[in-house]
Design a protein around this ligand. Structure first.
Ligand code: CP
Length: 306
C-alpha cells in the first residue's frame, strides 16, 4: 500500500499503516547504509530542494545524504546566500525554484504552518523538516525507529518526553506518532513548560523526574531552547539541572536500565550530563544514523507516489 498523503507535514492524524510503512521501509534502507557503496538508483532523475530558513546540522545534512544515497539531484538553499536577503517573499522564492522543475521540497522554517502554506502554492511533494514550535515529523519517525530497533516494539512501551514541551516541535510529533503506534506517553518538566490542556492529547504529566525514570522504559530528553528564551521559564540553569537534568547519579539511584534519547543539539550539563550523553544507556548517535534511513524512506515513498 502507498502512503495516504503526498506530503509529510506532521504526524497528527497520520494513520498507523503509514507510520508502519515508513519504519519498515527505513529498515531496508538502513541495510544500504552498511554497504561499501551506500547508494541505490531509486530516485534517479528526481530533484529535491532543501529549503532551510532556520539553522540545522542533523536534519539538513541527513536529508542531503538521504537524497544522495537515493541518487536524487539535491539542491541546498539557505537564507543568507539567497535573494531572501533582498526582500523576496517565500511564495516568490518557491515559485521561482519550482519553475526550474523540482519534484520535492524539504522545508524548515521558524513559522509554524509554512509547509502547509507551500502545499497551497506549489505542486511539489512537501516534507516538513521542522516548522516553528509545531511539528518535526522526521525527527519523531527516527526516534520511533531507534526505540523499536533497541527494544523491539513500540506498542505498550512507556515513553516519557522530558523538558521544554511548550516550545518543542519534537515533543508534539513524538506524542502524535508514539500514541498512534500504541505507546503510553508521559511528559515531565517544569510546570511553566508544560502546556495547559496537553492531557487532552492523551498523555500523562509527571512532575517529578525520579518518578518519570522509575515509571518509564524510555526517556526522550529535549534540549532547553535557550535561543527561544527558555531561560525565562525557570529561575536558573542550575535549578533546572538540579530538578530535571538527567545525570548518572539519578539513573544509578533508580537502578533502571532506561533507554535515553536526545534529538540534539545537546546542552551538556543542562538537560543531560556528559556522562549520560556519552554513556551506555543512550542511543543518541544511533538516532542520527537511523535518521538518514528514515529520511530515505520518506523521500522514496513520497517520490514514487506521483
Ligand atoms: N534534531 C534536529 O532537528 O537537529 P538540527 O536542528 O541540527 O537539525
Amino acid at each position: 500500500m502507498p502512503l495516504s498523503s503526498r506530503h509529510l507535514l506532521g504526524l497528527q492524524g497520520v494513520p498507523r499503516e503509514d507510520i508502519q510503512l515508513i519504519l519498515d521501509t527505513a529498515l531496508t534502507f538502513r541495510e544500504v547504509l552498511e554497504r561499501p557503496i551506500k547508494k541505490v538508483p531509486t530516485l534517479q532523475g528526481k530533484t529535491v530542494v532543501n529549503l532551510f530558513y532556520e539553522n540545522s546540522t542533523r536534519t539538513r545534512i541527513s536529508f542531503e545524504l538521504a537524497e544522495k544515497r537515493l541518487s536524487a539531484d539535491s539542491i541546498n538553499f539557505s537564507v543568507s546566500t539567497s535573494s531572501v536577503s533582498k526582500g523576496e517573499t517565500l511564495k516568490d522564492t518557491i515559485k521561482n525554484i519550482e519553475a526550474m522543475k523540482v519534484d520535492m521540497v524539504v522545508v524548515r522554517h521558524a513559522a509554524a504552518g509554512t509547509p502547509l502554506f507551500l502545499t497551497k502554492v506549489c505542486d511539489s511533494n512537501i516534507i516538513n523538516a521542522g516548522d516553528g514550535i509545531h511539528e518535526h515529523p522526521t525527527q519523531a519517525l527516527l526516534d520511533m525507529y531507534s526505540i523499536r530497533e533497541k527494544l523491539g516494539r513500540l506498542d505498550g512501551l512507556k515513553v516519557c518526553i522530558v523538558g521544554d514541551i511548550a516550545h518543542s516541535r519534537v515533543a508534539l510529533s513524538n506524542i502524535y506518532g508514539l500514541k498512534t503506534m500504541g505507546a503510553k506517553v508521559s511528559l515531565c518538566g517544569p510546570s511553566t513548560m508544560i502546556p495547559r490542556f496537553i492531557e487532552d492529547l492523551g498523555v500523562d504529566v509527571i512532575t517529578n523526574i525520579d518518578e518519570a525514570i522509575h515509571e518509564n522504559d524510555v526517556l526522550n530528553i529535549l534540549r532547553i531552547q535557550l535561543e527561544r528564551k527558555a531561560r525565562e521559564y525557570f529561575p536558573s540553569i542550575r535549578e533546572y539541572s538540579k530538578y530535571f537534568g538527567i545525570t548518572r547519579d539519578r539513573l544509578e539511584k533508580s537502578g533502571k536500565d532506561i533507554v535515553i534519547l536526545h534529538p540534539g543539539p545537546i546542552n551538556r550539563g543542562v538537560e543531560i550530563s556528559s556522562d549520560v550523553a556519552d554513556g551506555q544507556q543512550q542511543i543518541i548517535l544511533n538516532q542520527v544514523t537511523n535518521g538518514v534511513a528514515v529520511r530515505m524512506a520518506v523521500l522514496y515513498l513520497l517520490g514514487t507516489l506521483n
